[in-house]
Design a protein around this ligand. Sequence first.
Ligand code: SF4
Length: 346
Amino acid sequence: MPLLQVEELRVSFRTADGIVQAVRGVSYDVEAGQTLGIVGESGSGKSVSTQTIMGLTRGAQVSGRAVFEGKDLLTASTGDMQRIRGAKIAMIFQDPLTSLHPYYKVGWQIMEMIQQHESVSKDDARKRAVELLRLVGIPHPDRRVDDYPHQFSGGMRQRAMIAMAMALNPALLIADEPTTALDVTVQAQVLRVIQRMQEMFGTAVILITHDLGVIADVADEVLVMYGGEVMERADRRTLFFNSHHPYTEGLLQSLPAYGGARERLRPIPGQPPSLLSPPPGCPFAPRCPYVMDRCRTEDPPLAAAGEEPGHISACWLPHRGSERAELRRKLLEAEPAGTAPSAGGA
Ligand code: SF4
């Protein structure tokens, strides 16, 4: 039984302009101790889906199931969610100051988290706070425990937030763009800290990012989201070396090292779809270089995409490698990338 099982999650918001369908039938599992990377551009629904699971999308219309340790989080009481948040499932965000209050000392905030959920003395909570700061690589933690967040650098604040998130040894850590605001060196250090804490505590991790490069070294499985839907899911190796979906292909081509260091980056042309009234058919059709007639009217279901177990993709292109490559070649020869009007159904 997976640690977290999300089934047919749908989330929508009523706005002045109409109903925004932010998440449209998303399903995935997270196994204990594993890392699931969720990747997609801004507006793909990747953050809204996990925030909904944590009960943080007030006012949203929600359906589906999100079963964690046998309990459906979408129907759990406020009291149950308060007990689960922090103790069983912890979250870290792009901006550490959403979790660290600037008015209180870093160590005090970690101690507060521990003492809210466990009956331990102030001295013991402080010892644990110092130890956690040491584990995430804060130098001189016995002194820095009494610093305020503004006395920490950006990378140190992110480490402190990880320390606070891990204070109660949660079964699941949700890290939402945890390295986006950091430079590349600090980003790599923070990812290593998350990995090390995961290995030490056996925690499962959902790592949400817009950048496939961030999950290249850390994810066991990768879920690619677009327009509120899952486009592809595969183990990391399959996704990077044998992906099926054209959107994943676009994300890979926008990575700096794809095809050699000297190759120019190729951003995906066009914009993500409006989720106010999503068009029929495949949500990626207006930007897809391989678009066919049926793509514009029929939304492809997720289906097995190749030899690797668990590899699924929502695309009408053939799933067999050679057939797929041949059709892609023909479609690309017919029209320049991003402008191919139609080539009949697959
Ligand atoms: Fe969507 Fe069609 Fe492109 Fe596949 S080939 S991603 S179904 S538009």
